[in-house]
Write a protein that binds this ligand. Structure first.
Ligand code: IMP
Length: 432
């Protein structure tokens, strides 16, 4: 994956999240010196199955499971300190050494209990189906310039003033929602003071450290969270998250220059899922919806919510390939399709008088379209033990070939199960 031409690689989800980025990052992290998370927060749930233990990482980059890899949480992340400490404690308990190799950007904004309260009490959050982790309210405060950053904990006197702005606004919102719940400045400050030493021990100028690592020839993996269609600018707005999940966000969110990025790997499921509300053009009807959800264990890693499932949508992934500048694809969960007698790929959206092959920004217009499918015979054989492309049934290879052709990006990895070893690395994978 990493070679003289690819030292800085971004891994993004090219659908609506949950594509299996955690597993890919885990596989690639073995070859990286640094792994950096650049956006989102504890709304993410990156699952890594080591065979004997299964880790769900929310904020700490999946690279932490490889000793010797340095992991950083960039300025673009909204950091929930409570969840961070729980994650660290869990890792340490499982024998993973975190000490001295986890860094948190001192510019990162904090998700505080009042952000979660606002997320929970807001009808707008409910309409979107947010994870309830306070992500949207924390990003709103950041943009409105009333956020609390990690570095504010260094200045106790100033902290009270910064927190007051956030709490006052949260309380005004809660009153507006008709909620009786309120946040208190003193309690919030006291809780922050209590965690300050532990958090500040991890604080770092992450942009500078990553820049210096790149300059010294280190290999850097940038781990995206959620998926491209949940990007606040490029996703199915307003049914999106509050950050730039696409590769452009990697530069701003890690604090490095866009020119420092050498390649972008897009992770896609062999079908499509989405959790929360909003359009999903290829969504299955029953009974396939329930069958696929069960076959793919499609329940949210963080919230446990059932995921909506549909056929692979090449219009969506082609769009993601363009917006992210994908240099290669990793197709995950191919094995979930093993028992189907036929499978489909959506190649366009039918509208009166034609077919659209570009994903529209206008969701009202999207409602008046119907997916156009290409059908393929199923392979009806287990792919779980395939380790080379030649081990895959011919029908599965034809399905993957068509995906590659439609997306116009080479498939570099095919994942055929949850375990680390259940992956096929295709020729040329060294050069995403
Ligand atoms: P928020 O990020 O909690 O504000 O939620 C906004 C939207 O993004 C909702 O539809 C969530 O279900 C979705 N979302 C957020 N994080 C993830 C994720 O990690 N995987 C899939 N969907 C997500």
């Amino acid at each position: 994956m990493f070679d003289s031409e690819t030292r800085t690689l971004v891994v993004v989800g090219a659908q609506w999240g949950d594509e299996g980025k955690g597993k890919l990052v885990d596989v690639l992290a073995e070859r990286a010196d640094w792994v950096v998370r650049y956006q989102g927060g504890a709304n993410a749930g990156h699952t890594v199955d080591l065979g004997t233990t299964c880790f769900i990482l929310q904020q700490i980059p999946s690279g932490i499971l490889h000793s010797g890899v340095r992991c950083a949480i960039g300025n673009g992340v909204v950091l929930d300190p409570e969840t961070l400490f729980t994650e660290i404690d869990r890792l340490v308990k499982s024998g993973i050494d975190v000490e001295g190799r986890l860094y948190v950007s001192d510019r990162a904004h904090l998700v505080l209990p009042y952000h979660k309260l606002v997320d929970a009490e807001s009808s707008a959050s409910r309409a979107i189906g947010t994870t309830g982790r306070g992500i949207g309210p924390a990003y709103e405060d950041k943009v409105a310039r009333r956020g609390v950053r990690v570095l504010d904990l260094r200045h106790p006197r100033h902290l009270h003033e910064v927190v007051s702005r956030g709490v006052d606004h949260a309380n005004a919102l809660l009153a507006h929602f008709g909620s009786a719940r309120r946040a208190a400045v003193d309690d919030t400050v006291a809780a922050l003071e209590a965690i300050a030493p532990r958090l500040l021990a991890l604080a770092d100028d992450v942009g500078l450290s990553v820049h210096q690592a790149i300059e010294s020839g280190a290999t850097v993996l940038m781990e995206g969270a959620q998926g491209s269609l949940l990007d606040v600018d490029h996703g199915t707005y307003p049914f999106v998250t509050s950050s730039n999940t696409t590769s452009g966000g990697a530069a701003t969110g890690a604090g490095i220059a866009p020119t420092a990025i050498d390649a972008v790997l897009g992770v896609v499921k062999a079908y499509t899922t989405r959790v929360g509300n909003g359009p999903l053009p290829t969504e299955f009807a029953e009974p396939l919806a329930t069958r696929m959800r069960d076959l793919g264990h499609e329940y949210g890693a963080v919230t446990g919510r059932p995921r909506r499932c549909g056929w692979f949508d090449a219009v969506v992934v082609r769009y993601a390939a363009r917006v992210n500048g994908l240099s290669g694809l990793a197709v995950t969960k191919l094995d979930v399709l093993d028992t189907l007698d036929r499978v489909a790929i959506c190649t366009g959206y039918q509208v009166a008088g034609g077919v659209h092959t570009e994903f529209p920004g206008d969701l009202v217009a999207l409602e008046d379209t119907a997916p156009q499918y290409e059908w393929f015979e199923g392979w009806q054989r287990s792919t779980a033990d395939a380790r080379r492309v030649d081990d895959l049934p011919p029908a599965a290879r034809r399905y993957l070939d068509r995906i590659e052709e439609l997306i116009e990006a080479p498939i570099r990895f095919v994942s055929v199960g949850t375990r680390r070893d259940q992956i096929i690395e295709l020729a040329g994978a060294a050069r995403v």
